[in-house]
Ligand binder design. Structure first.
Ligand code: CIR
Length: 267
């Protein structure tokens, strides 16, 4: 089945992004945009067809499309992001996803960021965070009641999103930062721990059989390779200053060729 990656351009005001754990550092817009182009080129090389949405000056965090939707095979959930400044990002993603999936919505008082939702086959782990609250998690469970998923919540700390601490790099293999989330939360999966010297190395993006991973975490990369994973690195230094990782910049899912080509033609 063909695969699509929805991305959004870096906002020229990315320097005004939301920040939770990091101190504000100067973000070089041109460099961030160049790194995002490299990331998109990598997704294309790995077989994704790209649907790239325009950025918006009034939406500093709009490049981080992962937080705005959770796309499953059967349905997509449009989130209600925990940061109020990010809620106006949703209409563009809603329009982009409409051709591909039936859409369901998280409503007030629910809050949910896609970065807190880790899908591993039919198991969905949802992090309780500053961005995702109990009503948001309850709504996700309710919205997915008639679909074959087992949704459970997970506690974590010291980072923005659950997927800053743990991501899926294989069908049943997770890359995990155990100082921030307990391995006990994850049953029946193989766990590869990030190297202790690389605490921010837990965010990796699986595209088919390849793991897209930021440069600069060589020890953790070597651990994944030692387990047989093929790892492709991309430079992420500028968007990392905005607390973004490799999963945040795209929504990747399968769709039929006709729908993809129609949707790409329409933008
Ligand atoms: C934010 O705080 O919302 C953005 N500056 C970073 C979002 C990163 N998204 C993600 O980890 N899924």
């Amino acid at each position: 089945m063909p695969r699509i990656a929805i991305t959004r351009e870096v906002s020229e005001n990315v320097h005004s992004c939301e920040l939770t754990h990091l101190a504000r550092e100067k973000i070089d817009y041109e460099r961030a945009a160049a790194q995002h182009r490299e990331y998109k080129a990598c997704l294309v090389e790995l077989g994704c067809q790209l649907l790239s949405l325009p950025g918006a000056p009034e939406l500093p965090d709009c490049v981080f499309v992962e937080d705005i939707a959770v796309v499953l095979d059967e349905v997509a959930i449009i989130t209600r992001p925990g940061a109020a400044s990010r809620r106006p990002e949703t209409p563009a993603l809603q329009r982009a996803l409409e051709p591909f999936r039936q859409l369901l919505f998280v409503r007030e008082p629910g809050l949910l960021d896609g970065g807190d939702v880790l899908v591993v086959g039919h198991d969905i782990y949802v992090g309780r965070s500053t961005r995702t609250n109990a009503p948001g998690i309850a709504q996700l469970i309710h919205l997915l009641e008639s679909f074959p998923y087992n949704v459970r919540d997970v506690d974590f700390h010291s980072c923005l999103h659950l997927k800053s601490a743990v991501t899926a790099i294989g069908e049943r293999t997770l890359l995990i930062q155990e100082d921030w989330v307990s391995r006990d939360a994850f049953d029946g999966v193989e766990l590869i721990a990030v190297d202790p010297a690389e605490p921010h190395g837990g965010n990796a993006l699986r595209i088919g059989e390849t793991v897209v991973y930021p440069t600069g975490f060589d020890r953790t990369r070597a651990r994944m390779e030692a387990h047989g994973f093929e790892v492709r690195t991309v430079a992420q230094s500028e968007l990392a200053k905005a607390e973004g990782g490799v999963t945040c910049g795209s929504l990747v899912f399968d769709s039929d060729a006709a729908t993809i080509s129609k949707a790409r033609g329409a933008t």
